[in-house]
Design a protein around this ligand. Sequence first.
Ligand code: COA
Length: 141
Amino acid sequence: MLIEVRPYGEADQDGVLDLWSEVFPDSPLWNNPLDDIRRKLGCQPEGFLVAFVNGEVAGTSMAGFDGHRGWIYYVGVLPKFRRLGLGTALMRRAEEYLTTAGCPKLNLQVRMGNTDAVAFYESLGYHVEERISMGKLLWPT
Ligand SMILES: CC(C)(COP(=O)(O)OP(=O)(O)OC[C@H]1O[C@@H](n2cnc3c(N)ncnc32)[C@H](O)[C@@H]1OP(=O)(O)O)[C@@H](O)C(=O)NCCC(=O)NCCS
């Protein structure tokens, strides 16, 4: 099994869209996948990573540094490729990228009840921090 993690390329679009529709089926309306890809390609595109198994798109992550903290989104692996270390490889590559960019701390959000993701992140050294996550849409959908 050949595993590779590298920055997103145009040829990966269909595989990434298929993966996101399977792994994140209940994304909110404002997460239009094509818009999300387009915006990321205009802002630290090298933080957008894709994992491949034998050339097939198998996982993604999307990280960026806002000048104070790093944030990461779209961390997901196709069910058939889980528990093979792909999620870990994506996170480690993202951490390396952010560290090189001068980012001192990486934050992330997990939906309430997603205990599998919490266990995954804890296995990588992340801790639950007592915060309330708030947001506001700046653009109409
Ligand atoms: C969370 C996710 C990305 C993990 O990807 P993965 O490739 O399976 O992760 P890894 O193989 O690198 O797992 C590393 C370790 O994390 C922990 N872990 C991973 N999945 C776990 C699960 N479902 N339950 C408990 N622990 C888990 C284990 O300690 C695992 O090590 P082990 O397999 O040796 O026991 C994947 O399950 C996924 O895509 N989930 C759906 C999308 C999602 O919820 N993403 C997070 C959004 S915040």
